[in-house]
Design a protein around this ligand. Structure first.
Ligand SMILES: [Zn+2]
Length: 228
């Protein structure tokens, strides 16, 4: 099965993608990783994009599409992919549809983690790390206290230089870009939305439930005719 995962910055999408990969023995596709891989291997694409990335400019959809095509045409990943942070716009999504068809695969489900923006702000701005022992806290959700932490308060450092404005701006950018893609998958009846304000384990339970129900259908094709 191929799965696409969406979630705003701070929603824990990366962690969930790793969980899915481990539990269902799938392969994660992140365009950031693919780009870094090309650069480190000094491939033709890698050399082309190296300058762009160093200058901080965006890599074109065309390059991204080529990289995705490479993954989808690789037999060892056939129908075993989790897309994390891709597609990033509607054009990329439509291109993915074409490639999926071309390589005779299918998108099994699209999972979107929905988290209220005020919660995201607190998650990102409240994050603290202890410089002495490395434990991670959150001043709103998991504050350091004498029961969970023995170091002095002065060692607690904020991990983020973000302000509320930058977090909200990133969130808005994400929503503006992602909504058309989610609507696209909604029309294709593939979208599952999960309330992402609960803990990592609860969210993963919900994801597992969705994937397991898909697997059940995949394993019992005879039941399929009763579905519609
Ligand atoms: Zn500590």
């Amino acid at each position: 099965m191929n799965i696409i995962l969406f979630g705003p910055p701070g929603a824990g999408k990366g962690t969930q993608a790793d969980n899915i990969v481990k539990s269902f023995k799938l392969h994660k596709v992140s365009t950031g990783d693919l780009l870094r891989d090309e650069i480190s291997k000094k491939t033709e694409i890698g050399n082309k994009i190296k300058d762009k990335i160093e200058k901080g400019s965006f890599v074109s959809d065309e390059v991204i599409n080529d990289l995705i095509k490479k993954v989808l045409s690789d037999k060892k990943y056939n129908n075993r992919l989790v897309f994390d942070g891709y597609p990033r716009n509607l054009l990329q999504a439509k291109n993915l549809d074409l490639l999926i068809d071309k390589y005779n695969q299918k998108i099994s489900c699209v999972i979107s983690l929905n988290v209220d923006k005020e919660i995201l702000v607190k998650r990102i701005l409240g994050r603290q790390i202890c410089a002495k022992c490395g434990l991670i806290f959150n001043e709103y959700f998991k504050p350091s206290n004498e029961n969970n932490h023995s170091c002095e308060k002065k060692f607690l450092l904020k991990r983020s230089d973000d302000t509320k404005e930058t977090v909200l701006k990133r969130y808005k950018t994400y929503i503006d870009k992602t909504l058309p893609i989610l609507n696209h998958y909604k029309r294709l009846n593939l979208l599952h939305e999960i309330e992402g304000k609960t803990g990592i384990d609860e969210i993963f339970d919900k994801i597992t439930h969705i994937i397991a129900s898909l697997e059940a259908w995949l394993c019992k094709p005879s039941l399929y005719k009763y579905r519609n």
